[in-house]
Design a protein around this ligand. Structure first.
Ligand SMILES: [Zn+2]
Length: 73
């Protein structure tokens, strides 16, 4: 779990919520495995995952679940 917030050198607080200039990396999207769709809560962008991305996400989720189950008493 890595959450990196790159420090921005230029401070432009005025147009922080400028819709025409969305500068979002979408590096932490919400992923709906059932629908195969990803959505970014930061900029509201939504897109479909490719089969390759989807199977990779499913593997990641499965690995996470395994880890959680192992930690259970
Ligand atoms: Zn985004």
């Amino acid at each position: 779990m890595s959450q990196q917030n790159t420090a921005t050198a230029d401070l432009d607080d005025d147009d922080f919520y400028d819709e025409d200039d969305v500068d979002c990396w979408c590096d932490n999207p919400d992923i709906d495995l059932l629908e195969g769709r990803a959505s970014c809560y930061q900029c509201g962008r939504r897109w479909w995952l490719t089969n390759e991305q989807l199977s990779r996400e499913i593997e990641l989720q499965a690995a996470l679940i395994e880890c959680i189950e192992v930690e259970q008493p």
